[in-house]
Design a protein around this ligand. Structure first.
Ligand SMILES: *Cc1c(COP(=O)(O)O)cnc(C)c1O
Length: 481
């Protein structure tokens, strides 16, 4: 590791990345390569002798970038966004530069303590109840993803119940969520040994805009109890991945409390919007939750990965995940004066991820971040209006945040035909490389998703994407605009 070499190469890399951002809208947003394309372009084995950085840059340009889908493109409207920013990028850089492994407090006190501080900051921005903050029995921790967040709290809840009911009760434990819940919950159940037949993904439909009905939940719980099963975990979502449905936290939380069930709230995408006072009501009821999660790496300008998890009773997590091998013993940990985040997560090693969140919050400030969110929501509103004005299309679910769910209406009412039409429209749009959108299925209906949230997106990009959609729709319907 030669510091001067790092300076020289690092400057070149920053130049390369800056040039990339400058020309990012000239690339096809969705990579247009075929499966296996790279294998043909690269040698079969690693080079025996070192190659030059110049050669490497040539290969990045010629071979890697064509196989990149440009998540930071202003024309990116698929899935949910995955934000990058100057502050977030610099945080990643510093984290890579220090390259610490912060599993215990002693391995880099700043890493642990900064993480506690910034998650308290973010918790206050979200107006989370005090018991989620680090001063009490709870606290925040950065996980890699929302999937890891739901897994660790499910394990904490499972073990809490098994301590009471005995370890043979595992086959009786039941999980509840709506059928709109992210598949991460199902994966957590698979890993956590929850029997697949005990995962209740309760049906939702358009009558509640795909939110979980408290009555449906209550009935399911009562029927399970009557059958000798043990309800133990409820996962509610604020801003589902399909259509941004918002589960009614207050009502669900009361039910969870009645039966003593662990209540987890997944706000991976929409949590960011709740830093704005006018959207905060979507997480009203979070006081009832045992754990709450949002991804700062989706829509809060923090480069991937940075998933913020808060828990009210940190001991529940620690009891499930802590180990005490001899080689990690140290005075600070033994005196119990410090947090050792290794006991709050699956892996031992962990990166200094709080740096990038800290930099984002400091260099932009809460007010700018709120404006950033509002701007995307206004752009989505604008797109929604464009769709509503074209009678060939329909907005399918009410827009709540920055996602618009819509579809092209066929001349006939045949559902299979309508689904194919929208599927074809999606492919036609995405293969232009001018915009990238994704889809979902709601009540058997194939639906297009237009999610605004890339940092570089402006109104002109939304308009341009809409023009492409209209042109491709006209071509498919055999009409002209
Ligand atoms: C994106 C998303 C997830 C999964 O996120 P990862 O961080 O990639 O695991 C989970 N839940 C919701 C509601 C999401 O939108």
């Amino acid at each position: 590791m030669d510091a001067e070499q790092l300076r020289e190469c690092g400057h070149k890399m920053v130049d390369f990345i800056s040039d990339y951002y400058k020309s990012i809208d000239t690339f096809p947003v969705l990579s247009q390569v075929q499966p296996g394309y790279l294998h043909k372009l690269l040698p079969d084995s690693a080079p025996t002798h070192p190659d030059s950085l110049e050669h490497l840059f040539d290969d990045i340009q010629a071979k890697i970038l064509p196989g990149v889908t440009h998540w930071q493109s202003p024309n990116y409207f698929a899935y949910y966004p995955s934000n990058s920013s100057v502050a977030g990028f610099m945080g990643e850089m510093l984290s890579a530069g220090l390259n610490i492994v912060g599993f215990s407090w002693i391995t880099s006190p700043a890493a642990t303590e900064l993480e506690m501080v910034v998650l308290d900051w973010l918790g206050k921005m979200l107006k989370l109840p005090e018991d989620f903050l680090s001063a009490g029995q709870g606290g925040g921790v950065i996980q890699g993803t929302a999937s890891e967040a739901v897994l660790v709290v499910l394990l904490a809840a499972r073990d809490k119940f098994l301590r009471k009911a005995g370890k043979n009760a595992l086959e009786k434990l039941v999980v509840y969520a709506s059928d709109q819940t992210h598949s991460a919950l199902q994966k957590a159940c698979q890993i956590g040994g929850i029997h697949p037949e005990n995962c209740r993904l309760l049906r939702t439909d358009s009558s509640t805009n795909y939110a979980l009905s408290p009555d449906v939940l209550n009935d399911a719980i009562l029927s399970d109890i009557a059958n000798g099963l043990i309800p133990f975990f409820l996962c509610a979502t604020v801003g589902t991945t399909s259509s941004t449905a918002v589960d009614p936290l207050s009502a669900l939380g009361k039910i969870a409390k009645t039966y003593g069930i662990w209540f987890h709230v997944d706000a991976a995408y929409a949590g960011s919007a709740c830093i704005c006072p006018e959207f905060r009501h979507h997480i009203d009821g979070v006081e009832e939750a045992d754990s709450f999660n949002m991804n700062a790496h989706k829509w809060l300008l923090t480069n991937f990965d940075c998933s913020a998890l808060w828990i009210k009773d940190r001991n529940a997590l620690i009891q499930s995940l802590s180990t005490h091998p001899e080689f990690l013993k140290n005075k600070a940990s033994e005196t119990n004066l410090v947090v050792d985040y290794k006991d709050w997560q699956i892996p031992l090693g962990r990166r200094f991820r709080s740096l990038k969140l800290w930099m984002v919050l400091r260099l932009y400030g809460v007010e700018n971040l709120q404006c950033y969110i509002r701007n995307h929501i206004n752009l989505a509103k604008h797109f929604e209006e464009l769709v509503a004005k074209d009678s060939r299309f329909e907005v399918v679910t009410p827009r709540i945040f920055s996602l618009v769910c819509f579809c092209l209406l066929p001349a006939c009412k045949d559902e299979a035909f309508a689904n194919k039409l929208n599927h074809d429209l999606l492919n036609a749009v995405n293969s232009t490389g001018k915009a990238f959108i994704s889809h979902t299925v709601l009540s058997g209906k194939y639906i297009l998703r237009f999610a605004v949230g890339a940092p570089l997106t402006e109104e002109r990009h939304v308009n341009a994407a809409w023009t492409v959609l209209q042109e491709k729709a006209s071509a498919l319907l055999g009409t002209t605009l």
